[in-house]
Design a protein around this ligand. Structure first.
Ligand SMILES: C[S@@+](CC[C@H](N)C(=O)[O-])C[C@H]1O[C@@H](n2cnc3c(N)ncnc32)[C@H](O)[C@@H]1O
Length: 284
């Protein structure tokens, strides 16, 4: 048996030496996932011990984190909208900005009977959080990556349980997706980072998160444009398109929306006061 406080100290030192700024927090999160304890319990209880096998697993996790692998991929879990999502390197790690979009939709439609399409569903975090809180809605998660769909299906079972029939997943790209004018709401957090900016992202992101989830082409707008063009034909008239966009993309995206018969209804700003979500209504 090995002492947790000693393991935390050595883990923290290794991470610190390797330039991880959150070295203490990270070692606590990793060890608490191994020990199956709450982080607060882990740091507040004296003489807590783990088995030699657990200590070895922890050391392996510290080695992975040392190379800047995101904590969420190491522990295979990320909280989103207070729900525990399974994640691995085939899906983007759900971000807090995306929770703002989910919150916005819930505020507008909580008890409505709706058909929702989530374009680029990844881990399924957006559609599943919505369906969890919307008893009368059903939805489709569309995704180009087969591996990401596997993750979304795992999460659907975990989050929706006996209401899993409320969601379906489709393996396709938005440009090839065929449907009638069927959806009341389309949500999407598409890849929106311009290709030339990917090299400037932090190591955690550019070396570990899927390029397919990040790369939005030359100006970052490739997939956003495809989502807007297709939404025009598969969204019901007066339906809502809710898009997460990158910092500084508002002007260009709102112009594309306008040219495609969308009228802006709400804007959502992030914690730094940047416009990050556009909710617009189709008048077509
Ligand atoms: C930024 S991630 C968002 C994932 C998830 N919705 C979230 O918010 O965490 C974008 C997702 O879109 C998918 N994707 C990229 N191009 C696509 C396309 N043309 N059609 C459908 N999905 C696409 C990627 O595989 C990725 O999972």
């Amino acid at each position: 048996m090995l002492d947790c406080s000693l393991l935390l100290k050595t883990g923290e030192q290794i991470l610190k030496k390797n330039g991880i700024l959150t070295s203490r927090l990270d070692s606590e999160v990793l060890l608490s996932s191994i020990a199956g304890k709450d982080r607060l319990e882990l740091v507040s209880k004296e003489n807590l011990k783990v088995s030699n096998e657990q200590a070895l697993d922890y050391q392996q996790m510290i080695e992975r984190r040392k190379k800047k692998e995101p904590i969420a991929y190491i522990i295979k879990r990320k909280e989103f909208f207070n729900l525990p999502f399974f994640v691995n390197s085939y899906s983007l790690i759900p971000r807090p900005e995306t929770e703002l979009l989910v919150e916005g939709i819930l505020r507008m439609y909580k008890n409505k009977k709706l058909n929702i399409l989530d374009v680029g569903t990844g881990s399924g975090c957006m559609i599943l959080s919505l369906l969890k809180s919307m008893p009368n809605a059903r939805g489709v998660g569309l995704e180009i990556s087969k591996n990401a769909i596997k993750i979304a299906k795992i999460n659907a079972k975990k989050i929706l349980k006996d209401r899993i029939f409320k969601v379906k997943f489709a393996h396709n790209s938005i440009q090839n997706f065929c449907s009638k004018k069927h959806f009341d709401v389309i949500i999407s957090n598409p890849p929106y980072i311009p290709t030339y900016e990917i090299k400037n992202l932090s190591d955690d992101v550019k070396n570990f998160e899927p390029k397919l989830a990040l790369d939005g082409g030359k100006d970052g707008l490739d997939v956003i444009k495809k989502v807007i063009y297709k939404s025009r034909y598969i969204l019901k008239s007066q339906g809502l398109l809710a898009l997460e966009i990158g910092n500084g993309q508002y002007f260009k995206v709102s112009q594309i929306l306008k040219n495609n018969f969308f009228r802006t209804k709400y804007l959502i700003k992030d914690f730094k006061n940047n416009i990050r979500c556009i909710l617009s209504e189709l008048n077509f």
